[in-house]
Design a protein around this ligand. Structure first.
Ligand SMILES: Nc1ncnc2c1ncn2[C@@H]1O[C@H](COP(=O)(O)OP(=O)(O)O)[C@@H](O)[C@H]1O
Ligand SMILES: [Mg+2]
Length: 418
């Protein structure tokens, strides 16, 4: 079988690597891919957002499956286009992906179907939003409704900050169109947990829980990033909490989507806050998380190609998904300056050496220049390993991390150590 994977980050490297273990797949293509992916798949230089480019590629190179993992092509309707062409495609259609690409939609859905989430109001008029924050308790959470590269959520501590944030988002187009509609939300407290799940729209099969680290610096300081590391499982996510979530959050969500004629097929990502009043949804993503996927894929024992097929064919209830009963940790190595400005093109050394020492290396932002692997993005590599406990896995990654070198390399030293 021939499979095309869309995207070129660490998440895609982890998915491509897992797919490459399937005996049913002869060849994997990846658009655009990266230096690591090119070692196990044929990379084709088409951007993940270039929907026409991808469709034309699939027309001339027939595929048995196309796997769409990044948020943008999902929101742009790539899966809908592939469905029209009868090409088996993994990922939600655009109407279903809106559960991530419009927070206004997902919050309204949760309210309508009584899915636990923080109290909120939605505004597309700045004056009304400014009026609303006049007599509120702080902190308060202000969110751009649309996709904003993980930067569209601001926690404000007082009325003045609320006024500034609303003005920036709604009047000064800080996040462009994504911020013209905002959600003003109750501030929730508690440990944050992520659960990714496979779903065919009828059945949900959860992956082990995980936790990511959004801020750039240790102790959750610094700017928000795409994610600086992850580990699995979360220590807070007990079997009892899982049972509650399956019954009150996971199934109600996919059932609600079906009722709204937005049947969700793919990976759905539940980001939750475990508050003292029970788990509440912070948001949904319509895809695998990055870097959670790099922490989870090494634990998956079942053939990922079979799982994707079961989802596409709506047979997920018929397949047994087996996970290794272990912990894992992922630490991201970033370019100095990220998430602000940084330089690309620095040579990276030590990758082979660290792999020989039992660390899996997923490439996030890399490319090949004159035969050398060089940095090509803000997040450069994800280092993952599994062990009996999170602590052991984390320690093993940190004990090996100094084998890798590139100029101005930056990483957090507290992944999984809270
Ligand atoms: N209601 C809330 N209360 C407290 N913290 C929140 C709330 N909503 C979001 N956050 C924090 O902001 C982060 C980003 O919010 P989220 O809705 O996940 O947006 P995105 O991931 O699209 O940037 C969350 O991971 C969480 O730490
Ligand atoms: Mg989020």
């Amino acid at each position: 079988m021939k499979v095309l994977v869309i995207g070129g980050g660490g998440r895609e490297h982890a998915v491509v690597k897992k797919l490459s273990e399937s005996p049913k797949i002869e060849k994997i293509y990846c658009t655009p891919g990266n230096a690591g992916i090119s070692q196990i798949a044929q990379c084709v230089n088409i951007k993940a957002t270039d929907i026409e480019g991808i469709i034309n590629f699939v027309k001339t190179n027939p595929m048995d499956m196309v796997v769409v993992t990044p948020d943008d092509p999902l929101a742009l309707g790539l899966v809908d286009r592939l469905n029209e062409m009868d090409v088996p495609a993994f990922g939600p259609v655009a109407k279903a992906a809106e559960i991530e690409s419009s927070k206004a939609f997902s919050k309204t859905l949760m309210k309508k179907y009584s899915i636990p989430t923080g109290d909120f109001e939605i505004f597309d008029n700045a004056e009304k939003a400014l009026e609303y924050v006049k007599d509120k308790k702080y902190p308060l959470v202000i969110k751009a409704s649309g996709l904003a590269l993980g930067k569209g959520v601001i926690i404000v501590e007082n009325h003045q900050e609320a006024v500034d944030t609303i003005s920036q988002m709604m009047l000064n187009d800080m996040f462009g169109a994504s911020g013209r509609t905002v959600i003003i939300e109750e501030f929730l407290e508690g440990p944050e947990v992520t659960v990714l799940a496979f779903t065919d729209g009828k059945t949900i099969k959860t992956m082990p829980s995980s936790q990511d680290h959004k801020r750039a610096l240790d102790n959750d300081k610094g700017l928000n990033t795409g994610g600086m590391g992850a580990f699995s499982p979360s220590l807070y996510y007990s079997n009892e909490i899982e049972d509650y979530c399956v019954k009150n959050i996971f199934y109600p969500t996919i059932n609600a989507m079906k009722k709204e004629e937005r049947n969700f097929k793919g990976v759905i990502y539940f980001q939750m806050m475990l508050t003292k009043n029970g788990p509440k949804v912070i948001e949904y993503n319509a895809r695998f998380g990055d870097p959670e996927t790099q922490a989870l894929m090494p634990l998956l024992k079942t053939d990922l190609y079979d799982i994707f097929n079961a989802i596409i064919d709506e047979n997920l209830d018929k397949i047994d998904i087996v996970w290794e009963n272990k912990a894992s940790a992922t630490v991201v190595l970033a370019s100095g300056g990220y998430p602000k400005e940084y330089t690309k093109g620095y040579p990276i050394t030590g990758i082979e050496e660290i792999i020989q020492n039992g660390i899996t290396v997923y490439h996030m932002g890399t490319s090949v220049k004159d035969g050398d692997i060089v940095t090509n993005g803000g997040r450069v590599l994800a280092l993952t390993t599994t062990a009996d406990t999170v602590e052991e896995a984390v320690t093993k990654v940190y004990n090996n991390i100094n084998r890798i070198h590139f100029k101005d390399m930056h990483y957090r030293k507290d992944i999984g150590r809270k």
